[in-house]
Design a protein around this ligand. Sequence first.
Ligand SMILES: NC(=O)C1=CN([C@@H]2O[C@H](COP(=O)(O)OP(=O)(O)OC[C@H]3O[C@@H](n4cnc5c(N)ncnc54)[C@H](OP(=O)(O)O)[C@@H]3O)[C@@H](O)[C@H]2O)C=CC1
Ligand SMILES: CC(=O)N[C@@H](CCC(=O)OP(=O)(O)O)C(=O)O
Length: 345
Amino acid sequence: MKAAIIGVTGYGGAELVRILHQHPEVSIHSFHSSSQQGNRVIESYPHLQSITAQVLEDIHIEKIGNEADFVFLATPSGVAANLVPQLMNQNVKVIDLSGDFRIKNREVYKKWYKKEAAEEHWLNEAVYGLTEWLDTDLKEAKLISNPGCYPTATLLGLAPLVKNKLIDEKSIIIDAKSGVSGAGRNVSPVTHFSETNENLKIYKVNEHQHIPEIEQVLSGWNPGVRAVTFSTHLIPMTRGIMATIYASASIDTNIDQLFDLYRETYEGCYFIRIREKGTFPSTKEVYGSNFCDISLAYDERTNRIMVVSVIDNLMKGAAGQAVQNMNMMLGLDEKTGLDFVPVYP
Ligand SMILES: NC(=O)C1=CN([C@@H]2O[C@H](COP(=O)(O)OP(=O)(O)OC[C@H]3O[C@@H](n4cnc5c(N)ncnc54)[C@H](OP(=O)(O)O)[C@@H]3O)[C@@H](O)[C@H]2O)C=CC1
Ligand SMILES: CC(=O)N[C@@H](CCC(=O)OP(=O)(O)O)C(=O)O
């Protein structure tokens, strides 16, 4: 099978190259850029020397449609909304890493992304690709909307509690931290070295575009969940997200029951690793891998459950989950080409 990558000069695109280079069933047929056509891929990414000698092509939809089986869109929000209808006309399957097809309500997308939403028809066609919690068979899907990085860590961490109605739906607080690669390759005043180094910064307070995505999924699982408190922080590290999630238990519970629930729920999910009781994951323990590591605590004094969920934002939070979804579309083992051991230290 042949894949095309649009937006390959960005971090998500580069990570797709790293994964697909050693995927046994899918090869990268073409690399596309909106600004650097004619340049070699290695001019953007010298670390790919010897991996590819290919040249960046422009985004010629008809040619891509004729030549590729899959297109990965690793482009900023607003781009996929325009490209997807054209690509769908070419009968090529698309996996979009951006937020353009995640939010089903067009007005909600416009409010949080401050952009026009994609066409209703294609929003309805898009399958939300939180791989462990798919509600449809991806073999039938034409368009996959890959979840956001923070929503992936958060939703995987909260699913067992929310689906089983074990927490007070109004009590959910998600305190999340991300490495700087989460903001993409372009430097901005916020991500500049001098701003991030030796600094811890809260940002987009009550305005983060992942709030409606998290609420949409949680309320689909349990209509009692309406709104969550969600805060995001930039941490001076390159990769990784930690979501520390707090909620009040709505039933009598204890830590052993909670661990049993999480182990049973995620039994058979290779990429979800429930930690030993009393230990907590750190971001480095999933660095460069597609794992989401989760642990739990229960405080009897406050009746509060705490979930700690970590991912690599560029892997399970973006390119890794995109390839996991591609594997599901192809009917392959979800691990195919993705079984990376985390890089440590
Ligand atoms: N970084 C992360 O951890 C995560 C990112 N995402 C999402 O994935 C997508 C890609 O993210 P990331 O790789 O970090 O972003 P980057 O900013 O690093 O890269 C995005 C790439 O998109 C291309 N691009 C920009 N404008 C256009 C345009 N108008 N048309 C076509 N291509 C364009 C650029 O390449 P060129 O100039 O060569 O065309 C650019 O290199 C984004 O939507 C992001 O929000 C999702 C989860 C996690
Ligand atoms: C650290 C950092 O800045 N992270 C980005 C993640 C953006 C992203 O992935 O955007 P979409 O999922 O909406 O496409 C942010 O918080 O906006």
